[in-house]
Each structure stands twice: as structure tokens, then as C-alpha cells.
Design a protein around this ligand. Structure first.
Ligand SMILES: NC(=O)c1ccc[n+]([C@@H]2O[C@H](COP(=O)([O-])OP(=O)(O)OC[C@H]3O[C@@H](n4cnc5c(N)ncnc54)[C@H](O)[C@@H]3O)[C@@H](O)[C@H]2O)c1
Length: 276
């Protein structure tokens, strides 16, 4: 592979992906609205760009074969604040991708595209969207954008509905939803090196005994997660008290986002740092 562009390179998941992506291509261009990233690989270049501004992000995609699009606001904020980075930003990536002949886009979607499904319903990749927030709505929009650009323009895309990508599972919900760093790297690698993906949706979840998702329609990716949150179960369940079954944050896949007021950050209200 000649050139890969990684957006959101300064973020938590971008940091994990930069090294493995650099090893998969001749040139990695890492980009973010932040002004730099530390410890560039020999074949890595950093470009500061705002996703919401086509004049900034568009030229970054010149000569790129693939884009790994992880840049976004990762929280629930008023719609007007999500619009630029999370909606227009996605449009800019696909539109610039078309102009520059990009072959494939790997997108960090989210469980929040499906967050209002009850936890007792096992969700697959064919079911209709049920977003829990404007944040989730932007993921739905981008998945549809990807499908349209595949069907109308022939740009392939893989949409990774990442659940909880944290260093270790932090609560009872994460016993099902956890995605380890190694499994994230495997998932992104398969999204890049599988010869034909067309338009694919896949859940980003580790090999958890309590995984609530069905990835069988994405079997062609060959994603075979290795880590299992169950090893943390005794410790986590011992610390878990009774739950409020009237709270959608408890009963729905979206967790705290499912009970959040639209436009109001559940992370800020509940002191949740990174568990998406
Ligand atoms: N971490 C999780 O558990 C999780 C779960 C589901 C989905 N995701 C998705 O994965 C991706 C990465 O998540 P993360 O945990 O690394 O989040 P993060 O907030 O650490 O990283 C996001 C990056 O995007 C950048 N960014 C924000 N606005 C931008 C703009 N206008 N232009 C350019 N860059 C901009 C930020 O500066 C940041 O470096 C996001 O798209 C997120 O929605 C993450």
C-alpha cells in the first residue's frame, strides 16, 4: 500500500493505530485538529487540519489509497457543535476521497448508531439504526454516506461499530462491550487488508463471553478477536450494586448515552472519561 491517511491521529485510538498503520504502507499521513503528535515513525508525516474545512482536509487525501477516519467529537454536544466535525467532516472525507481516487475508507462508527435497542435484543449488522444521541446520529449519517458512495461511486468502506475501546473493562456493561487494543488493531488491519469489502458494517467488540452483537454478516473480514472481558468478571461483578431497570442507560445498548438528554454530554454529567 502506498499511502494511508489516519484522521484523529492525536486521539486515544489514533495513538494505538499509528504504529501498526505505518507498518502497513509506504507513507502514513497522520492528521488531527491538534497541532502535532509525538514520536513520528520514519515513514509518517503529520498534517494539522480541521475535518470540517474542506480547504484544509481535502488536500491531505491527495494520492491516498485508503483513509482510516477516526477524527470526531467523541461526546454528546449541541447539534450545532457536532455538525462541523462529525457530519460535514465525514462528507468532506468521502467527497475528497472521490476527488483523489481513494479506494477505501475505514470509519470509526459506534454502538451509539444502535444505542436505543434493548440489551436483551442481540443486534446484528443488518438491523435498522436506532441512534441514542446526535453523536450516534452522525454515525448513522456516515454509514449511509459510505453506502451511497459505494453504490454510486465505487468507494469501498468498512464501518467499525466500536463499543467500548478502553485499556480494560471498567464496569458490568463492558463485560459485553469491551474492545481491547490488540483486537482494535486486528479489526482495523482486516478492514484494510481484506481484498474485497464493498460496504461492510462490523461491530468492534472483543471475544467476550457476554458480547451482545452478531458479526456473522461481516465474516468475510476474518476478524477473530482474541481477548475476553470475562477474566475481569469476578472483580467487576463484586463491585456492581443493584441496577435501576427504569433507566434506559441500564437497559439499552447505548448505556449512559441512551439516557442522556439530546445535546447534553453524559460523560460530563456522569464523570465517565473514555468508556464510549
Ligand atoms: N473510544 C471508544 O470507546 C470509541 C467507541 C466508539 C466509537 N469511537 C470512535 O472512534 C474514534 C476515535 O475515538 P477516540 O476514543 O480516539 O476519541 P478521541 O477524542 O481521543 O480522538 C478523537 C480525535 O479527533 C480529533 N478531532 C476532533 N474534532 C476534529 C476536527 N474538527 N478536525 C480534526 N480532528 C478533530 C480530536 O482532536 C481527537 O484527537 C471517534 O470517531 C469515536 O467516535 C470510539
Amino acid at each position: 500500500m502506498k499511502k494511508i491517511v489516519l484522521t484523529g491521529a492525536a486521539g486515544n485510538l489514533g495513538k494505538i493505530l499509528r504504529g501498526p498503520l505505518a507498518a502497513m504502507c509506504d507513507e502514513l499521513v497522520s492528521t488531527d485538529i491538534e497541532d502535532n503528535v509525538p514520536d513520528l515513525a520514519e515513514n509518517e508525516r503529520f498534517v494539522q487540519a480541521d475535518l470540517a474545512d474542506m480547504t484544509q482536509i481535502g488536500p491531505v487525501l491527495e494520492d491516498a489509497e485508503m483513509v482510516v477516519h477516526f477524527g470526531a467529537i467523541v461526546d454528546e454536544l449541541p447539534f450545532e457543535q457536532m455538525w462541523g466535525p462529525n457530519f460535514v467532516g465525514s462528507y468532506n472525507i468521502w467527497q475528497a476521497g472521490k476527488e483523489h481516487g481513494v479506494r477505501r475508507i475505514v470509519y470509526a462508527s459506534s454502538i451509539h448508531a444502535m444505542g436505543m435497542y434493548p440489551k436483551t435484543v442481540a443486534i446484528d449488522t443488518e438491523m435498522p439504526h436506532r441512534p441514542d444521541t446526535y453523536y450516534g446520529l452522525a454515525k448513522c449519517f456516515t454509514e449511509d454516506l459510505g453506502r451511497m458512495f459505494w453504490e454510486k461511486e465505487g468507494i469501498e468502506s468498512v464501518h467499525l461499530r466500536i463499543y467500548s475501546a478502553t485499556s480494560r473493562p471498567g464496569n458490568a456493561r463492558a463485560l459485553g462491550s469491551w474492545l481491547s487494543a490488540d483486537d482494535l488493531v486486528q479489526l482495523v488491519s482486516r478492514a484494510i487488508d481484506t481484498p474485497v469489502v464493498g460496504f461492510t458494517v462490523v461491530y468492534g467488540v472483543s471475544n467476550n463471553d457476554r458480547s451482545p452483537v452478531d458479526n456473522s454478516a461481516a465474516a468475510h473480514l476474518g476478524y477473530r478477536p482474541k481477548d475476553n472481558a470475562e477474566v475481569y468478571a469476578p472483580e467487576i461483578l463484586a463491585e456492581t450494586g443493584p441496577v435501576d431497570l427504569s433507566d434506559p442507560g441500564v437497559t439499552c445498548h447505548g448505556g449512559p448515552f441512551a439516557s442522556a438528554t439530546l445535546g447534553v454530554s453524559p460523560m460530563a454529567l456522569m464523570g465517565i472519561p473514555e468508556d464510549d
